[in-house]
Design a protein around this ligand. Structure first.
Ligand SMILES: [Ca+2]
Ligand SMILES: [Ca+2]
Length: 151
Protein backbone atom coordinates (compact mmCIF):
# COMPACT_ATOMS: atom_id res chain seq x y z
CA UNK A 1 0.00 0.00 0.00
CA UNK A 2 1.35 3.40 -0.98
CA UNK A 3 1.83 5.92 1.77
CA UNK A 4 0.30 9.30 0.93
CA UNK A 5 3.06 11.82 0.24
CA UNK A 6 1.74 14.33 2.75
CA UNK A 7 1.80 11.74 5.51
CA UNK A 8 5.31 10.68 4.53
CA UNK A 9 6.48 14.29 4.65
CA UNK A 10 4.86 14.79 8.05
CA UNK A 11 6.37 11.64 9.51
CA UNK A 12 9.73 12.49 8.01
CA UNK A 13 9.60 15.93 9.60
CA UNK A 14 8.61 14.31 12.88
CA UNK A 15 11.63 12.05 12.70
CA UNK A 16 13.99 14.97 12.11
CA UNK A 17 12.52 16.66 15.16
CA UNK A 18 12.89 13.56 17.33
CA UNK A 19 16.43 12.91 16.14
CA UNK A 20 17.77 15.43 18.62
CA UNK A 21 21.48 14.77 18.00
CA UNK A 22 20.93 14.67 14.23
CA UNK A 23 22.79 11.41 13.54
CA UNK A 24 19.94 10.02 11.43
CA UNK A 25 18.97 7.40 13.99
CA UNK A 26 16.43 7.51 16.75
CA UNK A 27 17.97 6.26 19.99
CA UNK A 28 17.68 6.52 23.74
CA UNK A 29 20.23 9.34 23.65
CA UNK A 30 17.89 11.49 21.54
CA UNK A 31 15.23 11.13 24.22
CA UNK A 32 17.64 12.21 26.95
CA UNK A 33 18.48 15.29 24.88
CA UNK A 34 14.79 16.05 24.29
CA UNK A 35 14.15 15.71 28.00
CA UNK A 36 17.00 18.07 28.84
CA UNK A 37 15.78 20.56 26.26
CA UNK A 38 12.21 20.46 27.55
CA UNK A 39 13.41 20.78 31.16
CA UNK A 40 15.60 23.79 30.33
CA UNK A 41 12.71 25.53 28.59
CA UNK A 42 10.62 24.99 31.72
CA UNK A 43 13.33 26.66 33.79
CA UNK A 44 14.66 23.54 35.52
CA UNK A 45 18.35 23.48 36.34
CA UNK A 46 20.53 20.79 34.75
CA UNK A 47 20.84 17.84 37.13
CA UNK A 48 17.77 18.88 39.14
CA UNK A 49 15.16 16.29 40.20
CA UNK A 50 12.60 18.05 38.00
CA UNK A 51 14.85 17.67 34.99
CA UNK A 52 15.37 14.01 35.86
CA UNK A 53 11.61 13.46 36.00
CA UNK A 54 11.15 14.93 32.54
CA UNK A 55 14.01 12.92 31.07
CA UNK A 56 12.48 9.80 32.62
CA UNK A 57 9.18 10.57 30.91
CA UNK A 58 10.93 10.82 27.55
CA UNK A 59 12.80 7.60 28.21
CA UNK A 60 9.49 5.94 29.04
CA UNK A 61 8.22 6.92 25.59
CA UNK A 62 11.34 5.44 24.07
CA UNK A 63 11.26 2.19 26.06
CA UNK A 64 7.50 1.58 25.97
CA UNK A 65 6.58 2.86 22.53
CA UNK A 66 9.61 2.53 20.32
CA UNK A 67 12.06 -0.02 21.67
CA UNK A 68 9.67 -3.02 21.61
CA UNK A 69 8.95 -2.41 17.91
CA UNK A 70 12.48 -2.26 16.56
CA UNK A 71 12.95 -5.10 14.07
CA UNK A 72 15.58 -7.58 15.18
CA UNK A 73 15.73 -6.18 18.70
CA UNK A 74 18.11 -3.33 17.84
CA UNK A 75 18.61 -0.19 19.93
CA UNK A 76 18.12 2.39 17.18
CA UNK A 77 15.45 3.26 14.63
CA UNK A 78 16.43 4.43 11.17
CA UNK A 79 14.33 6.99 9.35
CA UNK A 80 13.12 4.32 6.96
CA UNK A 81 11.98 2.05 9.80
CA UNK A 82 10.30 4.99 11.49
CA UNK A 83 8.40 5.84 8.31
CA UNK A 84 7.27 2.24 7.85
CA UNK A 85 6.16 1.64 11.41
CA UNK A 86 4.45 5.02 11.81
CA UNK A 87 2.60 4.61 8.53
CA UNK A 88 1.48 1.14 9.62
CA UNK A 89 0.24 2.69 12.83
CA UNK A 90 -1.72 5.29 10.87
CA UNK A 91 -3.54 2.46 9.11
CA UNK A 92 -4.30 0.57 12.34
CA UNK A 93 -6.76 2.57 14.47
CA UNK A 94 -6.57 0.28 17.52
CA UNK A 95 -2.79 0.38 17.69
CA UNK A 96 -2.84 4.10 17.01
CA UNK A 97 -5.28 4.71 19.87
CA UNK A 98 -3.10 2.74 22.25
CA UNK A 99 -0.07 4.76 21.17
CA UNK A 100 -1.85 8.07 21.47
CA UNK A 101 -3.08 7.07 24.93
CA UNK A 102 0.43 6.26 26.07
CA UNK A 103 1.73 9.47 24.53
CA UNK A 104 -0.98 11.52 26.22
CA UNK A 105 -0.05 9.98 29.55
CA UNK A 106 3.62 10.73 29.03
CA UNK A 107 2.72 14.21 27.85
CA UNK A 108 0.76 14.91 31.02
CA UNK A 109 3.61 13.59 33.17
CA UNK A 110 5.96 15.94 31.33
CA UNK A 111 3.92 19.09 31.26
CA UNK A 112 2.10 18.95 34.59
CA UNK A 113 4.59 21.14 36.44
CA UNK A 114 2.71 21.40 39.75
CA UNK A 115 1.70 17.69 39.75
CA UNK A 116 -2.04 18.30 40.17
CA UNK A 117 -2.91 15.89 37.38
CA UNK A 118 -4.24 18.69 35.18
CA UNK A 119 -2.73 20.75 32.45
CA UNK A 120 -3.18 24.48 32.89
CA UNK A 121 -2.81 26.80 29.87
CA UNK A 122 0.46 28.09 31.32
CA UNK A 123 1.84 24.58 31.67
CA UNK A 124 0.72 23.73 28.17
CA UNK A 125 2.39 26.79 26.66
CA UNK A 126 5.61 26.23 28.58
CA UNK A 127 5.70 22.65 27.38
CA UNK A 128 4.93 23.59 23.81
CA UNK A 129 7.75 26.12 23.75
CA UNK A 130 10.15 23.47 24.98
CA UNK A 131 8.96 20.89 22.52
CA UNK A 132 8.75 23.06 19.44
CA UNK A 133 11.46 25.69 19.98
CA UNK A 134 11.38 27.16 16.47
CA UNK A 135 7.81 27.21 15.18
CA UNK A 136 8.25 28.08 11.52
CA UNK A 137 10.11 31.24 12.39
CA UNK A 138 11.74 31.69 9.00
CA UNK A 139 8.47 31.35 7.15
CA UNK A 140 6.66 33.76 9.46
CA UNK A 141 9.26 36.48 9.31
CA UNK A 142 9.18 36.70 5.56
CA UNK A 143 5.73 38.26 5.78
CA UNK A 144 6.95 41.01 8.11
CA UNK A 145 9.81 42.24 5.98
CA UNK A 146 9.77 46.05 5.62
CA UNK A 147 8.34 47.03 2.26
CA UNK A 148 11.43 48.81 0.97
CA UNK A 149 10.99 47.56 -2.54
CA UNK A 150 7.64 49.19 -3.13
CA UNK A 151 7.31 50.83 -6.49
CA1 LIG B 1 19.83 10.48 16.92
CA1 LIG C 1 -0.91 21.16 36.60
Amino acid sequence: MAIPDLLTAKISHGFDHLDADGDGQLTEHDHVLMGQRAAASLGHAPGSPAEQRIIEAYLRIWRDLHLPHIPGGGAAISKEQFLTSTSTLAADPAAARATVGALAEAFLALADINHDGQLSPTEFLAFQRGHFPRPDRGRGQRGFRPSRHRR
